[in-house]
Design a protein. Structure first.
Length: 115
């Protein structure tokens, strides 16, 4: 037997506690989870779950830097510098090397810029 929630009075929308939202988001986007099944289980629309995720990402987002330092190798066969911690082969003939001495914020900005 299914359950029906009847909302009466002037307030027709449910109010979700932030802890409930986070619990539902964690369940919906855990490995192997199906957003549709989680939405049905909690009686919420799939679109609302994605809206909550988008808002959370915006709240957690840090301002994107305007510039990020990177080393581009012009020759595909050129070896990266010995201090390179991350080497990314670009389509075509480019390569981006992030040095081990780069700050975590800078490395994160470079990776976000390449997305």
């Amino acid at each position: 037997m299914s359950q029906i929630t009847v909302l009466t009075g002037p307030e027709r929308r449910r109010r979700w506690h932030p802890d409930d939202k986070m619990r539902i988001l964690a369940e919906a986007f855990s490995p192997g989870a199906c957003v549709d099944q989680v939405a049905r289980r909690h009686d919420v629309s799939r679109g609302l779950i994605y809206t909550w995720r988008r808002k959370l990402r915006r709240e957690l987002a840090q301002p994107a830097p305007a510039f990020a330092e990177a080393v581009l190798a012009e020759e595909p066969g050129q070896a990266p510098s010995p201090a390179a911690a991350i080497v990314i082969e670009l389509p075509g003939s480019g390569r981006v090397s992030i040095l081990a001495s780069a700050s975590p914020a800078l490395a994160s900005a470079v990776l976000r810029a390449l997305r």
